[in-house]
Design a protein around this ligand. Structure first.
Ligand code: PMV
Length: 333
């Protein structure tokens, strides 16, 4: 039997091995939206993110259990979710034994709070460790990317660029750290407009946008310069510059969603009210910039000093505001 490099037959796993990993979610400061290769999750645009704490996913993988069994937040994953996880484990090792997974988030899942980013980063790290593989962070990022694109950015703490890459097999499309979590003390306030599961997955929304929006080409062309601008702003700790490019990237992404057919609409009226509140804050001299992802919640980038004023303004529109700091790297515990 020909062996795929880096893998061994299941018989090698003589006894069950387990490992637990923790990863934080990240939010994009310059957005990923659209793919140049769907199965490999190769992006149409490069992106930049900040890793967030204390939100986290904690995942234990037992490599060599009785049967595949995947539990997410205490519930057994079935159907598509289970198939997606099973296919992901096959990437770790095509000759893998049955695997048991127990994964929990300490924040709402699949509600536009980037839970898939921490989920697949934690799973990649825990699964590779349980399987006894010694993989570089770039390799783990490539693996995590195939579970969920944004997960490629959650192996590192702080600020990360996910490169577009050029290789057809995606080997050069992974995260690159820009600066670690000690570089810049920022706050990200999450105005929780809704914690319901989103109606359209980011995967489906992205594909529909790419197939039908006449604005998609402009989005792709303007992505790389936004990434360069954000990287400079991060290295110079220039919040106005970073906030400005983040809002611009966000609104361009939303424009492609709205111009899809049928429109991909994650916002609701409270989302728009919060966006206006952030603009009002800026008019009053408070440093605050907003972003959104595939959901109705608004994340607001600000300084530790301004965070209380921003939080008070957000609470006029939503009852829950999470205050997040810049998080550290994914780690085995
Ligand atoms: O990684 P996915 O498939 O959940 O897509 C993430 C898409 C956005 O959150 C909207 C943008 C991003 O770069 O994270």
């Amino acid at each position: 039997m020909a062996l795929i490099p880096g893998s061994l037959p299941a018989a090698r796993y003589i006894r069950p091995m387990d490992a637990t990993a923790i990863a934080h979610p990240n939010i994009a400061l310059v957005k990923y939206w659209g793919k140049r290769n769907r199965p490999l999750n190769l992006p149409a645009v490069p992106s930049v993110s900040v890793t967030l704490a204390p939100f986290e996913t904690r995942t234990t993988v037992t490599w060599g259990s009785q049967a595949d069994a995947f539990r997410i937040n205490g519930e057994t994953a079935l159907g598509d979710a289970a198939r997606r996880v099973g296919a992901f484990l096959d990437l770790v090792d095509p000759n893998r034994p049955p695997v048991a997974i127990e994964s929990t988030n300490n924040f709402p899942t699949a509600a536009g709070l980037a839970s898939s980013s921490s989920a697949f980063a934690a799973l990649a790290l825990a699964a590779a460790t349980a399987a006894g593989h010694d993989r570089s962070l770039a390799d783990l990022s490539i693996l995590a990317r195939q579970g969920s694109g944004s997960a490629s950015r959650s192996l590192w703490g702080g600020f990360v660029t996910w490169s577009l890459g050029q290789s057809p097999d995606g080997r050069d499309s992974h995260g690159h750290p820009i600066a670690d979590q000690t570089h810049w003390d920022l706050r990200v306030l999450v105005a929780l407009v809704s914690d319901a599961k989103k109606a359209i997955s980011s995967r489906a929304g992205m594909n529909r946008t790419q197939e039908t929006s006449p604005l998609f080409d402009g989005w792709v062309q303007s992505g790389p310069s936004d990434v360069r601008e954000a990287e400079k702003a991060i290295l110079n700790r220039d919040l106005e510059r970073l906030g400005t490019v983040m809002e611009h990237s966000t609104m361009k992404m939303v424009a492609t969603m709205f111009s899809a057919q049928p429109a991909v609409m994650y916002m609701n009226p409270a989302t728009v009210a919060v966006l206006h509140a952030v603009q009002d804050l800026r008019r009053r001299g408070v440093p605050a910039w907003s972003t959104m992802d595939a959901g109705p919640n608004v994340k607001v980038l600000t300084t530790p000093d301004a965070a209380p004023a921003v939080e008070a303004a957000l609470r006029e529109h939503v009852s829950t505001v999470h205050s997040l700091t810049v998080g550290g790297p994914a780690r085995v515990v």
